[in-house]
Design a protein. Structure first.
Ligand SMILES: [Zn+2]
Ligand SMILES: [Zn+2]
Length: 403
Protein backbone atom coordinates (compact mmCIF):
# COMPACT_ATOMS: atom_id res chain seq x y z
CA UNK A 1 0.00 0.00 0.00
CA UNK A 2 1.41 3.35 -1.02
CA UNK A 3 1.02 5.97 1.61
CA UNK A 4 3.22 8.54 0.02
CA UNK A 5 1.29 11.78 -0.21
CA UNK A 6 2.66 12.78 -3.61
CA UNK A 7 1.68 9.55 -5.32
CA UNK A 8 -1.80 9.59 -3.74
CA UNK A 9 -2.15 13.20 -4.88
CA UNK A 10 -1.16 12.23 -8.44
CA UNK A 11 -3.66 9.41 -8.51
CA UNK A 12 -6.44 11.69 -7.19
CA UNK A 13 -5.57 14.29 -9.83
CA UNK A 14 -5.58 11.66 -12.61
CA UNK A 15 -8.93 10.21 -11.53
CA UNK A 16 -10.44 13.69 -11.26
CA UNK A 17 -9.16 14.62 -14.71
CA UNK A 18 -10.87 11.59 -16.22
CA UNK A 19 -14.13 12.62 -14.48
CA UNK A 20 -13.99 16.36 -15.19
CA UNK A 21 -16.33 16.35 -18.18
CA UNK A 22 -18.85 14.30 -16.23
CA UNK A 23 -18.58 16.56 -13.16
CA UNK A 24 -19.28 19.65 -15.29
CA UNK A 25 -22.12 17.94 -17.18
CA UNK A 26 -23.69 16.96 -13.84
CA UNK A 27 -23.46 20.53 -12.55
CA UNK A 28 -25.07 21.80 -15.76
CA UNK A 29 -27.87 19.25 -15.48
CA UNK A 30 -28.67 20.39 -11.93
CA UNK A 31 -28.40 24.00 -13.11
CA UNK A 32 -30.93 23.42 -15.91
CA UNK A 33 -33.42 21.63 -13.68
CA UNK A 34 -33.35 23.45 -10.33
CA UNK A 35 -35.82 22.54 -7.59
CA UNK A 36 -36.89 24.75 -4.69
CA UNK A 37 -36.43 24.00 -0.99
CA UNK A 38 -38.04 20.71 0.16
CA UNK A 39 -39.05 19.92 -3.45
CA UNK A 40 -35.72 18.39 -4.58
CA UNK A 41 -37.36 15.21 -5.94
CA UNK A 42 -35.69 14.89 -9.36
CA UNK A 43 -32.43 16.15 -7.87
CA UNK A 44 -32.57 13.40 -5.29
CA UNK A 45 -33.28 10.77 -8.00
CA UNK A 46 -30.29 11.97 -10.04
CA UNK A 47 -28.01 11.81 -7.00
CA UNK A 48 -29.14 8.28 -6.14
CA UNK A 49 -28.72 7.07 -9.70
CA UNK A 50 -25.18 8.45 -9.97
CA UNK A 51 -24.16 7.19 -6.53
CA UNK A 52 -25.53 3.70 -7.21
CA UNK A 53 -23.91 3.56 -10.66
CA UNK A 54 -20.62 4.42 -8.97
CA UNK A 55 -21.17 1.48 -6.61
CA UNK A 56 -21.89 3.38 -3.40
CA UNK A 57 -24.22 2.18 -0.69
CA UNK A 58 -26.90 4.84 -0.45
CA UNK A 59 -30.05 5.80 1.41
CA UNK A 60 -32.72 8.16 0.09
CA UNK A 61 -35.96 9.68 1.28
CA UNK A 62 -34.38 11.05 4.45
CA UNK A 63 -36.75 13.80 5.68
CA UNK A 64 -38.31 13.64 2.20
CA UNK A 65 -35.59 14.33 -0.35
CA UNK A 66 -32.34 13.91 1.65
CA UNK A 67 -29.78 11.38 0.44
CA UNK A 68 -26.76 9.86 2.18
CA UNK A 69 -24.08 7.59 0.77
CA UNK A 70 -21.27 5.67 2.40
CA UNK A 71 -17.80 4.60 1.51
CA UNK A 72 -16.56 2.18 4.14
CA UNK A 73 -12.95 1.27 4.75
CA UNK A 74 -11.95 -2.30 5.64
CA UNK A 75 -10.37 -1.57 8.95
CA UNK A 76 -12.78 0.60 10.94
CA UNK A 77 -11.16 3.97 11.47
CA UNK A 78 -12.73 7.36 11.79
CA UNK A 79 -15.73 8.67 9.81
CA UNK A 80 -15.69 11.99 8.05
CA UNK A 81 -18.75 13.49 6.38
CA UNK A 82 -19.04 15.78 3.38
CA UNK A 83 -22.13 17.92 3.07
CA UNK A 84 -23.67 19.25 -0.14
CA UNK A 85 -26.91 21.23 -0.15
CA UNK A 86 -29.45 20.60 -2.90
CA UNK A 87 -32.00 23.41 -3.20
CA UNK A 88 -32.42 26.28 -5.65
CA UNK A 89 -33.89 29.75 -5.15
CA UNK A 90 -37.16 31.28 -6.41
CA UNK A 91 -35.36 33.53 -8.92
CA UNK A 92 -35.61 33.70 -12.72
CA UNK A 93 -32.35 32.79 -14.43
CA UNK A 94 -31.23 35.85 -16.44
CA UNK A 95 -28.15 34.27 -18.05
CA UNK A 96 -27.86 33.64 -21.78
CA UNK A 97 -26.02 30.30 -21.69
CA UNK A 98 -27.03 26.86 -23.00
CA UNK A 99 -27.21 25.50 -19.44
CA UNK A 100 -29.49 28.27 -18.07
CA UNK A 101 -32.43 27.14 -15.92
CA UNK A 102 -35.31 25.63 -17.87
CA UNK A 103 -37.66 26.00 -14.93
CA UNK A 104 -39.34 29.42 -14.72
CA UNK A 105 -39.04 30.94 -11.25
CA UNK A 106 -36.27 28.61 -10.06
CA UNK A 107 -32.53 28.93 -10.31
CA UNK A 108 -29.38 27.57 -8.68
CA UNK A 109 -28.26 31.07 -7.73
CA UNK A 110 -26.36 29.97 -4.61
CA UNK A 111 -24.14 27.36 -6.26
CA UNK A 112 -25.71 24.31 -4.62
CA UNK A 113 -25.57 22.63 -8.06
CA UNK A 114 -21.77 22.96 -7.82
CA UNK A 115 -21.69 21.62 -4.26
CA UNK A 116 -23.56 18.46 -5.36
CA UNK A 117 -21.40 17.98 -8.47
CA UNK A 118 -18.20 18.30 -6.40
CA UNK A 119 -19.42 15.89 -3.70
CA UNK A 120 -20.42 13.32 -6.37
CA UNK A 121 -16.97 13.74 -7.93
CA UNK A 122 -15.29 13.13 -4.55
CA UNK A 123 -17.39 10.00 -3.99
CA UNK A 124 -16.34 8.59 -7.37
CA UNK A 125 -12.66 9.49 -6.98
CA UNK A 126 -12.36 8.00 -3.49
CA UNK A 127 -14.23 4.89 -4.59
CA UNK A 128 -11.83 4.31 -7.48
CA UNK A 129 -8.66 4.98 -5.51
CA UNK A 130 -6.20 2.07 -5.34
CA UNK A 131 -5.42 2.87 -1.69
CA UNK A 132 -7.79 0.99 0.64
CA UNK A 133 -9.73 3.63 2.53
CA UNK A 134 -8.31 3.96 6.02
CA UNK A 135 -11.69 4.97 7.46
CA UNK A 136 -15.19 5.85 6.36
CA UNK A 137 -16.68 8.68 4.36
CA UNK A 138 -20.31 9.70 4.57
CA UNK A 139 -21.83 11.95 1.91
CA UNK A 140 -24.77 14.02 3.09
CA UNK A 141 -26.95 15.59 0.38
CA UNK A 142 -29.16 18.02 2.22
CA UNK A 143 -32.50 19.47 1.13
CA UNK A 144 -33.48 23.05 1.95
CA UNK A 145 -30.58 25.23 2.99
CA UNK A 146 -32.40 28.36 1.88
CA UNK A 147 -35.66 28.24 3.85
CA UNK A 148 -37.15 27.35 7.18
CA UNK A 149 -37.35 24.69 8.61
CA UNK A 150 -33.71 24.16 7.75
CA UNK A 151 -32.76 20.92 6.04
CA UNK A 152 -29.64 20.60 8.17
CA UNK A 153 -31.55 20.80 11.45
CA UNK A 154 -34.07 18.22 10.20
CA UNK A 155 -31.36 15.83 8.99
CA UNK A 156 -29.48 16.16 12.27
CA UNK A 157 -32.72 15.34 14.13
CA UNK A 158 -33.09 12.30 11.86
CA UNK A 159 -29.68 11.10 13.05
CA UNK A 160 -27.43 11.66 10.01
CA UNK A 161 -24.54 12.71 12.24
CA UNK A 162 -24.54 9.51 14.31
CA UNK A 163 -21.07 7.99 14.15
CA UNK A 164 -19.61 10.99 12.29
CA UNK A 165 -16.34 12.30 13.77
CA UNK A 166 -15.90 15.40 11.59
CA UNK A 167 -17.67 17.15 8.72
CA UNK A 168 -16.46 19.29 5.83
CA UNK A 169 -18.23 21.38 3.18
CA UNK A 170 -17.51 23.91 0.50
CA UNK A 171 -19.53 26.97 -0.41
CA UNK A 172 -18.80 28.64 -3.73
CA UNK A 173 -17.53 32.20 -3.45
CA UNK A 174 -18.03 34.39 -6.54
CA UNK A 175 -15.78 37.12 -5.15
CA UNK A 176 -12.81 34.81 -4.61
CA UNK A 177 -10.76 34.02 -7.76
CA UNK A 178 -10.94 30.50 -9.13
CA UNK A 179 -8.03 28.49 -7.77
CA UNK A 180 -8.28 29.96 -4.28
CA UNK A 181 -9.82 28.67 -1.11
CA UNK A 182 -11.12 30.94 1.67
CA UNK A 183 -10.48 29.82 5.23
CA UNK A 184 -11.40 31.17 8.62
CA UNK A 185 -10.99 29.61 12.06
CA UNK A 186 -13.81 30.03 14.55
CA UNK A 187 -16.73 32.30 13.71
CA UNK A 188 -17.51 32.29 9.97
CA UNK A 189 -21.18 33.31 9.58
CA UNK A 190 -23.77 35.30 11.52
CA UNK A 191 -26.49 34.00 13.79
CA UNK A 192 -29.74 34.54 11.84
CA UNK A 193 -33.11 34.99 13.47
CA UNK A 194 -36.16 35.49 11.32
CA UNK A 195 -39.21 37.23 12.67
CA UNK A 196 -42.82 37.32 11.49
CA UNK A 197 -44.78 40.22 12.85
CA UNK A 198 -48.53 40.81 12.54
CA UNK A 199 -49.80 44.30 13.28
CA UNK A 200 -53.52 44.34 13.90
CA UNK A 201 -55.75 47.41 13.73
CA UNK A 202 -59.46 47.88 13.06
CA UNK A 203 -60.88 48.29 9.58
CA UNK A 204 -63.12 51.16 8.57
CA UNK A 205 -64.02 53.62 5.82
CA UNK A 206 -61.08 55.56 4.42
CA UNK A 207 -63.03 58.79 4.97
CA UNK A 208 -63.48 58.12 8.70
CA UNK A 209 -60.10 57.14 10.22
CA UNK A 210 -61.26 58.27 13.69
CA UNK A 211 -63.55 55.20 13.77
CA UNK A 212 -60.76 52.77 12.85
CA UNK A 213 -57.20 51.77 13.74
CA UNK A 214 -55.10 52.06 10.59
CA UNK A 215 -52.77 49.05 10.52
CA UNK A 216 -50.78 50.47 7.56
CA UNK A 217 -50.07 53.75 9.36
CA UNK A 218 -49.18 51.81 12.51
CA UNK A 219 -46.91 49.37 10.60
CA UNK A 220 -45.08 52.35 9.14
CA UNK A 221 -44.32 53.67 12.63
CA UNK A 222 -43.30 50.19 13.77
CA UNK A 223 -41.00 49.80 10.76
CA UNK A 224 -39.10 53.01 11.55
CA UNK A 225 -38.86 52.07 15.22
CA UNK A 226 -37.52 48.55 14.70
CA UNK A 227 -34.88 49.65 12.18
CA UNK A 228 -33.72 52.01 14.93
CA UNK A 229 -33.39 49.08 17.34
CA UNK A 230 -30.20 48.00 15.60
CA UNK A 231 -28.75 51.52 15.60
CA UNK A 232 -29.54 52.04 19.25
CA UNK A 233 -29.05 48.62 20.80
CA UNK A 234 -26.13 47.03 18.99
CA UNK A 235 -22.74 47.82 20.44
CA UNK A 236 -20.09 49.52 18.28
CA UNK A 237 -17.65 46.97 16.79
CA UNK A 238 -20.21 44.18 17.12
CA UNK A 239 -21.89 43.84 13.72
CA UNK A 240 -25.67 43.56 13.59
CA UNK A 241 -28.12 43.86 10.71
CA UNK A 242 -31.91 44.04 10.61
CA UNK A 243 -33.75 43.86 7.31
CA UNK A 244 -37.49 43.74 6.71
CA UNK A 245 -37.80 41.97 3.39
CA UNK A 246 -41.54 41.51 3.27
CA UNK A 247 -44.54 43.71 4.12
CA UNK A 248 -48.08 42.86 3.11
CA UNK A 249 -51.26 44.69 4.07
CA UNK A 250 -54.54 46.19 2.98
CA UNK A 251 -57.03 45.23 0.32
CA UNK A 252 -58.45 48.40 -1.24
CA UNK A 253 -57.56 52.07 -1.58
CA UNK A 254 -60.66 53.30 0.27
CA UNK A 255 -60.67 50.75 3.11
CA UNK A 256 -58.56 51.20 6.22
CA UNK A 257 -56.47 48.05 6.62
CA UNK A 258 -56.89 45.97 9.75
CA UNK A 259 -53.80 43.77 9.26
CA UNK A 260 -50.23 44.20 8.06
CA UNK A 261 -47.74 41.34 8.07
CA UNK A 262 -44.01 41.94 8.15
CA UNK A 263 -41.22 39.44 7.71
CA UNK A 264 -37.62 40.19 8.49
CA UNK A 265 -34.29 38.90 9.66
CA UNK A 266 -31.87 39.90 12.40
CA UNK A 267 -28.20 38.96 12.01
CA UNK A 268 -25.74 39.22 14.85
CA UNK A 269 -22.57 37.51 15.93
CA UNK A 270 -23.32 37.12 19.60
CA UNK A 271 -26.29 36.04 21.69
CA UNK A 272 -26.20 39.15 23.88
CA UNK A 273 -26.73 41.52 20.92
CA UNK A 274 -29.53 39.35 19.64
CA UNK A 275 -31.30 39.32 23.01
CA UNK A 276 -30.95 43.09 23.36
CA UNK A 277 -32.26 43.79 19.86
CA UNK A 278 -35.25 41.44 20.11
CA UNK A 279 -36.22 42.80 23.54
CA UNK A 280 -36.05 46.34 22.18
CA UNK A 281 -38.15 45.44 19.12
CA UNK A 282 -40.88 43.90 21.24
CA UNK A 283 -40.91 46.82 23.67
CA UNK A 284 -41.37 49.29 20.80
CA UNK A 285 -43.96 47.22 18.95
CA UNK A 286 -45.96 46.73 22.16
CA UNK A 287 -45.85 50.46 23.02
CA UNK A 288 -46.78 51.69 19.53
CA UNK A 289 -49.59 49.22 18.92
CA UNK A 290 -51.17 49.68 22.34
CA UNK A 291 -50.97 53.50 22.10
CA UNK A 292 -52.92 53.33 18.83
CA UNK A 293 -55.48 50.81 20.12
CA UNK A 294 -54.09 47.98 17.98
CA UNK A 295 -52.34 44.74 18.84
CA UNK A 296 -49.52 42.55 17.56
CA UNK A 297 -48.20 39.00 17.38
CA UNK A 298 -44.56 38.19 16.83
CA UNK A 299 -43.04 34.81 16.03
CA UNK A 300 -39.45 33.75 15.66
CA UNK A 301 -39.08 30.54 13.61
CA UNK A 302 -36.11 28.36 14.59
CA UNK A 303 -32.97 30.49 14.14
CA UNK A 304 -29.87 29.47 12.21
CA UNK A 305 -26.88 29.54 14.57
CA UNK A 306 -23.44 30.84 13.61
CA UNK A 307 -20.98 28.54 11.87
CA UNK A 308 -17.91 28.13 14.07
CA UNK A 309 -15.12 26.35 12.24
CA UNK A 310 -12.91 23.95 14.15
CA UNK A 311 -9.40 25.42 14.36
CA UNK A 312 -7.51 22.12 14.04
CA UNK A 313 -9.49 21.10 10.93
CA UNK A 314 -8.79 24.50 9.35
CA UNK A 315 -5.09 24.03 10.20
CA UNK A 316 -5.15 20.60 8.54
CA UNK A 317 -6.87 21.98 5.43
CA UNK A 318 -4.38 24.86 5.24
CA UNK A 319 -1.40 22.47 5.64
CA UNK A 320 -2.65 20.14 2.90
CA UNK A 321 -3.34 23.06 0.55
CA UNK A 322 0.00 24.75 1.18
CA UNK A 323 2.09 21.59 0.88
CA UNK A 324 0.40 20.13 -2.22
CA UNK A 325 -0.16 23.42 -4.05
CA UNK A 326 1.14 26.57 -2.39
CA UNK A 327 0.35 29.07 0.31
CA UNK A 328 -0.94 31.41 -2.45
CA UNK A 329 -4.01 29.25 -2.90
CA UNK A 330 -5.24 30.22 0.57
CA UNK A 331 -7.11 33.39 1.35
CA UNK A 332 -7.41 33.87 5.09
CA UNK A 333 -10.79 35.53 5.61
CA UNK A 334 -10.50 38.36 8.09
CA UNK A 335 -14.19 39.18 8.45
CA UNK A 336 -17.24 37.26 9.63
CA UNK A 337 -19.94 37.01 6.95
CA UNK A 338 -23.33 38.40 7.96
CA UNK A 339 -24.86 35.69 5.77
CA UNK A 340 -26.29 32.60 7.44
CA UNK A 341 -25.50 28.92 6.83
CA UNK A 342 -27.35 26.02 8.36
CA UNK A 343 -24.13 23.96 8.25
CA UNK A 344 -23.97 25.16 11.87
CA UNK A 345 -26.48 22.45 12.90
CA UNK A 346 -24.00 19.68 12.01
CA UNK A 347 -21.38 21.42 14.16
CA UNK A 348 -23.60 20.86 17.21
CA UNK A 349 -22.74 17.15 16.77
CA UNK A 350 -19.13 17.09 15.52
CA UNK A 351 -16.30 19.49 14.71
CA UNK A 352 -16.27 20.71 11.13
CA UNK A 353 -15.12 23.23 8.61
CA UNK A 354 -17.02 25.17 5.99
CA UNK A 355 -14.64 26.48 3.34
CA UNK A 356 -15.09 28.98 0.53
CA UNK A 357 -14.31 27.68 -2.93
CA UNK A 358 -13.25 30.49 -5.28
CA UNK A 359 -15.38 30.54 -8.46
CA UNK A 360 -14.70 34.05 -9.78
CA UNK A 361 -13.75 34.20 -13.43
CA UNK A 362 -10.43 35.98 -13.99
CA UNK A 363 -12.06 38.59 -16.25
CA UNK A 364 -15.48 40.20 -16.15
CA UNK A 365 -17.82 41.35 -13.46
CA UNK A 366 -18.54 39.49 -10.24
CA UNK A 367 -21.92 37.78 -10.44
CA UNK A 368 -23.24 37.76 -6.91
CA UNK A 369 -24.92 34.90 -5.06
CA UNK A 370 -28.74 35.05 -5.08
CA UNK A 371 -28.78 37.13 -8.27
CA UNK A 372 -30.30 36.17 -11.63
CA UNK A 373 -26.98 36.39 -13.46
CA UNK A 374 -24.99 34.31 -10.96
CA UNK A 375 -22.57 31.85 -12.56
CA UNK A 376 -19.26 30.17 -11.73
CA UNK A 377 -15.95 29.50 -13.41
CA UNK A 378 -16.37 25.73 -13.78
CA UNK A 379 -12.63 25.10 -13.47
CA UNK A 380 -13.33 25.42 -9.75
CA UNK A 381 -15.24 22.12 -9.77
CA UNK A 382 -12.45 19.60 -10.52
CA UNK A 383 -10.17 21.59 -8.24
CA UNK A 384 -12.80 21.32 -5.50
CA UNK A 385 -12.90 17.55 -6.02
CA UNK A 386 -9.13 17.18 -5.68
CA UNK A 387 -8.94 19.49 -2.66
CA UNK A 388 -11.82 17.81 -0.81
CA UNK A 389 -10.52 14.31 -1.61
CA UNK A 390 -7.07 15.18 -0.25
CA UNK A 391 -8.51 16.78 2.92
CA UNK A 392 -10.56 13.63 3.56
CA UNK A 393 -7.61 11.31 2.97
CA UNK A 394 -5.36 13.39 5.21
CA UNK A 395 -7.98 13.32 7.95
CA UNK A 396 -8.46 9.56 7.71
CA UNK A 397 -4.75 8.75 7.43
CA UNK A 398 -3.81 11.39 10.03
CA UNK A 399 -0.21 11.00 11.14
CA UNK A 400 0.32 8.04 8.80
CA UNK A 401 0.33 10.50 5.91
CA UNK A 402 3.13 12.98 6.52
CA UNK A 403 2.94 16.06 4.32
ZN1 LIG B 1 -27.96 30.99 -0.49
ZN1 LIG C 1 -25.81 28.55 -0.34
Amino acid sequence: MTEDIKSIFQEVQGLTESLTEEIIATRRHFHQYPELSWQEVKTSEMLVSQLQDAGLECQNGICGTGVTAHLRGDSGGRTIAVRADMDALPINDAKDVPYASRIPGAMHACGHDCHMAVALGVAKVLNQLSLPLPGNVKFIFQPCEEASPSGASELVKAGVMEGVDAILAFHVDPELPVGKIGLRKGLLTAHCTEFRLKIRGKSGHAARPHQAVDAIYLANQVLMAIYDSVNQRSRPFVPAVLTVGKMIGGSKANVIADLVELGGTIRTIDDRSLAEITTDIERKVAALTSAAGGSYEIEYPVPVPSVKNDASLINMVADVTASLWSEDRIKHLDKVSMGGEDFSWYLKKAPGALMRLGTKKPAGEVTFLHSGNFDVDERALPLGVVLMSMYILKYLLAERLPL
